[in-house]
Design a protein. Structure first.
Length: 278
């Protein structure tokens, strides 16, 4: 049997591959190509003006900056939450485990309204923070809170299976050789879960960059202060400026692709360094 035929494990490989390529083209490639073609109709000068106006630049800084910070926070606390769920038994553990998936099931608009009511000046949390001069709702800080909320499950659900498969005997062996608990975690556990942690970080970041529903209510949408880039796209569409909207969308796509390629490269490098490359 030839080497080419030996790779065809499933019957109908050609038909399956053709269906896959056609499906991805209809769902992903063609729409993305249409966005670039529509933006290209502007010409470079008009494209540059639409994509780099002061108001749009401020939205880039907020969307990408807040998404990056939220993903970093979720990477730390998502790992901690996954560790607690895997390694400890406590009352209400099943409830906590189920609540992790709440941002997946909750409509984003409902999440935004709930967070706004919670962190507004007269909200349960907002009225506690108000005497300290901390305002969350209708500020960039509110955007960060919303992005943390919707991104946490990606990190937890990515890291949790790796921790469940990790045998505690390796940590016990490290401790028996003189390592303390922190050293055992740093040199035994973290290298194992780090590729999954990077994956969760990338997924949380990608989700946060394009988030709209849960952010729009708590952001306040103040020009040059708390406007996110997806809102700028919606605003352009409401003004029937379709070319301007696609120009902003193209910039978001390019930056998102670059950042995700960097993160995936780091993930592949880490997996190779730890001997877990597939």
């Amino acid at each position: 049997m030839s080497a080419a035929r030996s790779l065809r494990v499933l019957p109908g490989f050609g038909l399956s591959l053709g269906y896959t390529v056609a499906y991805l083209s209809l769902i992903v490639l063609i729409p993305l190509a249409a966005v670039f073609l529509k933006a290209g109709s502007l010409g470079f000068e008009h494209f540059w003006q639409a994509a780099t106006s002061p108001r749009v630049l401020a939205s880039y800084r907020l969307s990408f900056g807040a998404s990056l910070i939220a993903a970093l926070i979720n990477a730390v606390f998502g790992l901690l939450l996954a560790w607690v769920l895997v390694r400890y038994a406590f009352p209400g553990k099943r409830l906590v485990d189920a609540l992790v998936d709440l941002p997946f099931a909750l409509p984003t608009a409902v999440a935004g309204i709930a967070l706004t009511a919670l962190y507004a000046k007269n909200g349960w949390v907002g009225q506690i923070l108000e005497p300290w001069g901390i305002q969350v709702a209708f500020t960039p800080l509110g955007v960060l809170v919303a992005l943390i909320f919707i991104g946490l499950p990606f990190v937890v659900r990515t890291v949790q299976p790796i921790l469940e498969d990790l045998d505690t005997e390796y940590e016990e062996a490290a401790v028996s050789l003189g390592a303390n608990r922190w050293q055992a975690f740093l040199h035994v556990v973290l290298p194992t879960v780090f590729p999954a942690l990077l994956t969760g970080f990338a997924m949380a970041f990608a989700r946060a960059v394009g988030e709209y529903g849960s952010v729009i209510f708590i952001a306040g949408n103040i020009p040059l202060v708390s406007e996110i880039t997806p809102l700028m796209i919606i605003t352009k569409l409401e003004q029937y400026d379709y070319a301007g909207a696609t120009a902003i969308a193209v910039v978001m796509l390019i930056f998102s692709f670059i950042l995700l390629l960097i993160i995936n490269g780091l993930q592949a490098w880490t997996a190779q360094r730890t001997g877990r490359a597939r």
